[in-house]
Design a protein around this ligand. Sequence first.
Ligand code: PEP
Ligand code: MN
Length: 337
Amino acid sequence: MLVLLKRGVSETAVSDIATRLRMFGLSVHRTDHGGQVRLGAVGEGGGVDWDQVRGWGGIESVEKIPVPFKLVSRAFQPHETVISVGRCAIGSRQLAIMAGPCSVEGEEQAFIIAAAVARAGATVMRGGAYKPRTSPYSFQGLGEEGLKLLRRAADANGLAVVSEVMDTQQVSLVARYADILQVGARNMQNYSLLREVGHAEKPVLLKRGLAATIEEWLMSAEHILSQGNTQVILCERGIRTFETYTRNTLDLNAIPVVKELSHLPVIVDPSHGTGIRNKVAAMARASIAAGADGLIIEVHHDPDHALSDGAQSLYPEQFDQLMGQVRTIAEVLGRTV
Ligand code: PEP
Ligand code: MN
């Protein structure tokens, strides 16, 4: 339920109301909007007499949140969530551009790519150190050594870091090096992992599952928010369809749909969305035009020898050219890079 408090209620009254709601076994989440305190009271709470709650002092109204993803919804929080990471305010007018290799492969590779994407205008460096691979015989990532390299390469170029965390035991380790914890498509419904990152002090980049509906994706975000971590960035990365020409089908519909349903920032990964280098720029431009809050793009200086996803990685020059186009599109939309 959404409990709207009267304007000007004291902080003591706010915490009093929250405490009384918690006594029903509900968990209470606060957001302030337009000078008004809004409390999202979530949980089972079957026995609560809401008519009685409506009568408590300090309460203006009590409404049902009409969707299952309560805290993620616009009904709970009408204004955009903005997440500050390094020089970037994700979800603001400024687009968040994250770029880098699929996997961190070594020092030279990490430093060359970091310098290139920073020069082109990215503010966050991506790179996996723990890789979810279809084959157990493929490169699995450099682990902690990879995280160290990623951090150093990013720091040397004024970039923040996003990197994937594959299981609950890796969360605190990855959080030591990365500014944003990536939950990959294959793990979107790994509820123990969602719970764990829900307790982390770092923002979470939640990729849409390969076969997940938008509602399932938002419910996964709800798992994270329900644990107290409100800093969630949603990432559309393509879904499985009957189409085989491209690796995945990038669901651009998801951008306006999610922007309407949720206050969370939405970015797009056109690299995994297409799987084909020469299709990435077109879908990146389309994503920004459709209202995405940013992009995450794979870039490699020697993609033919990349240890993962070389076929969908842009050359640094291509990324640089794309950034110029993204700036032009951003301007039309009243946004900046
Ligand atoms: C990745 O970002 O390299 C990755 C594995 O992405 P996804 O989880 O979307 O497949
Ligand atoms: Mn990849």
